[in-house]
Design a protein around this ligand. Sequence first.
Ligand code: FMN
Length: 218
Amino acid sequence: MAIEPSVLYFGTPVVLLSTENGDGSANLAPISSAWALGHTVVLGLGRDGQTARNLRSRPELVINLPAPGQWRAVERLAPLTGRNPVPPTKAEGCRFVPDKFGAAGLTEEPSHVVRPPRVAECPVQLEARAERVRPDVAGEFVIVEAGVAKVHADPRIVVPGTDYIDPAAWSPLIYNFRHYFGLGPELGHSYRTQTPRTQTPRTTSSPGRGGVSGRSRG
Ligand SMILES: Cc1cc2nc3c(=O)[nH]c(=O)nc-3n(C[C@H](O)[C@H](O)[C@H](O)COP(=O)(O)O)c2cc1C
């Protein structure tokens, strides 16, 4: 059947973007329009938000990936903007809060190669630089192409002795038509995977799965 949904948010990972405000403080915003092409991450941002404004002037950022168990902290940020005054194009009820880390109950952790801080509680953090910031065709959004310069991962989601994220231990937080989900059990894998397989099931709880035990890939 043909339908007319108001949004097309078909289930993409949530990221928290740290950027630098004009006064040197940090802004933090949840974004679900994000995907990776090699080591470039493409982001879709509202034109009038503080994040887009920051990246036009100060291109460094951190792309922090929360785990499913952190959805409440993400949702605490949802009605907030770092822009003052709040632009009329923002959703109804949106309010200015300068300290978004504090409002979310999250902790700033210094980055290694960029100025904005990482979110200490996020199991994956990508330090990056916006290489291109341009308007979308409708003029409502900006499309950002960010080059990742440094990747940090919680050791509990890394295959020991390698640089591979263990997909059985990590789950992104998925934004699925404005509802939050984690991943279900693994269904299979791509013929291109090079992740070393673990021989025994993981028994320890993993930060990447919000406290739910990961599974062996067998
Ligand atoms: C889960 C979630 C996903 C979101 N995805 C996006 C997005 O992809 N792009 C965007 O511009 N805003 C997105 N938003 C809305 C922004 O977080 C919101 O506009 C916020 O006020 C931006 O903050 P800023 O103005 O300080 O940058 C999302 C919000 C939530 C809660």
